[in-house]
Design a protein around this ligand. Structure first.
Ligand SMILES: NC(=O)c1ccc[n+]([C@@H]2O[C@H](COP(=O)([O-])OP(=O)(O)OC[C@H]3O[C@@H](n4cnc5c(N)ncnc54)[C@H](O)[C@@H]3O)[C@@H](O)[C@H]2O)c1
Length: 276
């Protein structure tokens, strides 16, 4: 269903790696709602080639950029404005990677160089994008930036290791830059805290299946799927949410405000019964 919510709007969508990616669904929805945009991802991800399918489907040019490189981001933002014929109305930051998680390091044995890479890729990249956009005066007034976060920023989830700190910093950068860009250009900056989702980044975390199921059983509405996350992003890019800024917005089926659910009580009781 399309309501032309983004008719006439142009932007940048990062992080579409394959059909499971949240950014992939956002691109499809943005296209259906009438937006034009540039797709971007790290040059390494580009080699997998899947993004070309999305590019064709959405008629969206691709500009590769490693989000840790200010120089590459400068080319991305100037290239996007050139290709789209003007300033930008929206940016999706859908970027996350932890070498420590990839290599299976637990929280007590984190490699600090990798920790810094996690922060650089998953949090500082948002600051770098917004600083580049500011310097290039790349935004139209009432533009909107959305970055994707996870509830581990507020609650301890051991297996999420250093991504926990990265997400806390990401949300903090969204607030600080939201204040700055709000004053400068009436641009809003928000994070969406999404349910566990079966994507490449998500399923790379050890114990993912268990906490996917746990969150699903805890949330009165169940885990929010990637498609619903895309819908939420579209609403934030649209003119219907112009005064929402500097927020971390929970998109989790009610998980974050649930104490315990009947399903979890049942599971724990059954496990206790089995032990007796
Ligand atoms: N999957 C989940 O359970 C979940 C839950 C909450 C939040 N998120 C967040 O959603 C966002 C998107 O992740 P996803 O789940 O769609 O997985 P994904 O693996 O499809 O997307 C992650 C993207 O980050 C890109 N990336 C990594 N390093 C990069 C770099 N240096 N420069 C540019 N891009 C780079 C990858 O190429 C990939 O496209 C991430 O921020 C993730 O932390 C995911």
């Amino acid at each position: 269903m399309s309501n032309n919510l983004l008719a006439g709007k142009v932007g940048i969508i990062s992080g579409a790696l394959n059909e499971k990616s949240i950014a992939w669904k956002v691109a499809q929805r943005a296209h259906a709602e009438g937006a034009r945009f540039v797709l971007t991802n790290a040059p390494l991800a580009m080699r997998m080639g899947e993004i070309n399918k999305l590019s064709e489907e959405c008629n969206a040019p691709i500009i590769p950029a490693d989000a840790t490189s200010t120089e590459e981001l400068e080319k991305l933002f100037s290239g996007a404005q050139e290709q789209l014929g003007g300033k930008l109305d929206f940016v999706l930051h859908s970027i996350g990677m932890s070498p420590n998680i990839r290599k299976g390091k637990h929280y007590g044995e984190l490699n600090y160089q990798w920790f810094q890479q996690t922060i650089d890729i998953s949090a500082l990249s948002l600051h770098k994008m917004l600083a580049v956009a500011e310097k290039q005066d790349a935004f139209n007034e009432w533009g909107s930036v959305v970055a994707l976060s996870y509830i581990a920023a507020q609650r301890a989830f051991l297996d999420y290791t250093d991504m926990t700190q990265a997400k806390a910093m990401l949300e903090s950068i969204a607030r600080s830059y939201g204040q700055r860009l709000g004053k400068l250009k009436k641009v809003r900056v928000n994070t969406i805290s999404q349910s566990p989702t079966k994507t490449t980044a998500g399923t790379g975390i050890s114990g993912f299946d268990a906490f996917y199921e746990f969150a699903d059983k805890m949330s009165p509405l169940g885990n929010a799927p990637a498609e619903a996350c895309a819908d939420y992003c579209i609403s934030l890019f649209s003119d219907l949410t112009r005064y929402v800024t500097m927020q971390n917005l929970m998109h989790d089926g009610g998980f974050s405000t649930t104490g315990i659910s009947a399903e979890i009580v049942e599971l724990v009781s059954a496990a206790a019964g089995a032990q007796e």
